[in-house]
Design a protein around this ligand. Structure first.
Ligand SMILES: Cc1cc2nc3c(=O)[nH]c(=O)nc-3n(C[C@H](O)[C@H](O)[C@H](O)COP(=O)(O)OP(=O)(O)OC[C@H]3O[C@@H](n4cnc5c(N)ncnc54)[C@H](O)[C@@H]3O)c2cc1C
Length: 393
């Protein structure tokens, strides 16, 4: 029987989190195998805005320029509008040595492709379309096996990473506990093209009478529109003719002028955090498998970058060929720091998620008032800018 190939790290899930970690680890010479059950491009509606504070990390990984070459565009701040459609405030991107002077936006699948290509150029192996994968403990390592179009394969790895998203199967197979808050209202995503697209693009949030409507720039002049809906409205949005989508958007916000609008997707938002793995062997969860967030405020994918960088930085103390005994204390340390660093990000995201989680019809008077008050206070505006850029938790 042929000998199993051994890698330092096997990562289940080749989304943003898995590919980001693979990029960071292979940049430092570790051997990595990524395994994903899907062979389709990543879901385009998901995270597409990279915070300015991620520029140093992504530059270090050698992909910042690649993201721009792949069509990445620049966004300059976030504008807020009240229920009368008046501009309240623009949260600027801070001028700061540790970040880019803009958000970089690019469709989700293109961000994933750039990361994965970089990891594979560095020598990572990747199996997409892996079915019936399984893992089991062996002495001081894990054994993994799966089937794919390339046939059946078995490998062993020293460290196992679960990066398989919110419904993580690695998490359930490792019997890891989770804390979860399900928001009441699903988020609908539409894709549109506005008649007028400014050259300096911004993300615009409209606090209409009963919905928070986010207009998120997409490359090539497109716009992603996100807002909460009641579960019973679901067929209405999914199956409605385009004219109805236009009418509904105009009813909420008459200042919006879309040339085309199409239904995109519906997401049930959750805030969840997995506990650390405490069983036998070296295993860890990252990305949404570890810390899924509400899509409000563009934090989930950016946190994937942050956490992948933190974990890879700690593993960098070792060299390729490390043993389970060497990596175990590093994973424990990572879990402690993770919990400490992530708590404020999760709390902030959850507060934003709750703010958006309404269709009650009583408006956003408090939030409008807070934003209006903040607009005249330079230090508050600066802090809000730093936070949005990812420089303050
Ligand atoms: C509408 C929306 C908008 C968002 N906007 C932003 C934003 O602007 N900025 C931001 O920072 N974040 C945003 N997010 C959050 C962001 O998209 C996620 O946090 C991020 O994509 C998580 O990446 P991940 O790799 O952890 O998980 P996923 O993207 O879910 O990837 C998981 C991967 O694992 C694979 N997989 C799943 N199950 C298995 C299995 N059993 N076996 C093998 N493989 C498996 C999947 O095929 C997939 O490739 C948004 C999310 C949504 C829903």
């Amino acid at each position: 029987m042929s000998k199993r190939e051994h890698v330092d790290v096997a990562i289940i899930g080749a989304g943003i989190a898995g590919s980001a970690l693979a990029t960071a680890l292979t940049n430092s010479g570790f051997s990595v195998h990524l395994i994903d059950r899907s062979d389709k491009p990543l879901d385009t509606a998901r995270g597409d805005h990279i915070q300015p504070a991620m520029a140093p990390i992504l530059s270090r990984w050698g992909i910042w320029e690649s993201l721009l070459s792949a069509g990445g565009e620049k966004r300059f701040g976030t504008r807020w509008f009240d229920a009368s459609h008046e501009h309240i405030v623009t949260i600027p991107v801070p001028e700061h040595q540790d970040c880019a002077p803009w958000f970089l936006f690019l469709n989700h699948e293109d961000i994933g492709r750039v990361l994965l290509e970089r990891a594979m150029d560095n020598g990572a192996q990747c199996t997409l379309g892996a079915k019936r994968w399984s893992f089991k403990r062996a002495k001081t390592c894990w054994h993994l096996s799966w089937e794919s179009l390339q046939g059946a394969k078995e490998i062993s790895c020293t460290m196992l990473v679960g990066a398989d998203g919110t419904g993580s199967s690695v998490r359930s197979r490792l019997d890891i506990d989770i804390q979860r808050h399900r928001y009441q209202y699903p988020i609908a995503v539409l894709y549109g093209r506005q008649r007028t697209v400014p050259t300096k693009r911004t993300l615009d949030v409209h606090l209409t009478q009963d919905r928070m409507l986010s207009l998120i720039p997409r490359t090539g002049g497109g716009t992603k529109i996100g807002f909460p809906i009641a579960a019973e409205e679901l067929p209405l949005w999914r199956d409605a003719p385009e004219s109805h989508l236009h009418e509904q958007l105009r009813e909420w916000c008459p200042t919006l002028d879309f040339e085309t609008v199409a239904f995109g997707a519906i997401y049930p938002p959750v805030s969840q955090q997995s506990k650390a793995y405490e069983g036998e062997g070296a295993a860890v969860l990252i990305g949404d498998a570890r810390h899924a967030m509400h899509p409000a405020r563009s934090m989930g994918m950016n946190t994937c970058f942050r956490v992948a960088d933190q974990l890879a930085g700690m593993i960098n103390e070792l060299s390729s060929g490390f043993s389970e005994q060497q990596v175990l204390p590093i994973l424990r340390q990572f879990d402690r720091e993770f919990a400490k660093n992530l708590a404020p990000i999760l709390a902030d995201n959850h507060a934003s998620g709750l703010q958006m989680d309404t269709i009650s019809g009583d408006g956003f008077t408090d939030l409008t008032g807070q934003l209006r008050a903040a607009s005249s206070r330079v230090e508050v505006m600066d802090a809000m800018g730093l936070k949005a850029a990812g420089l303050l938790a």
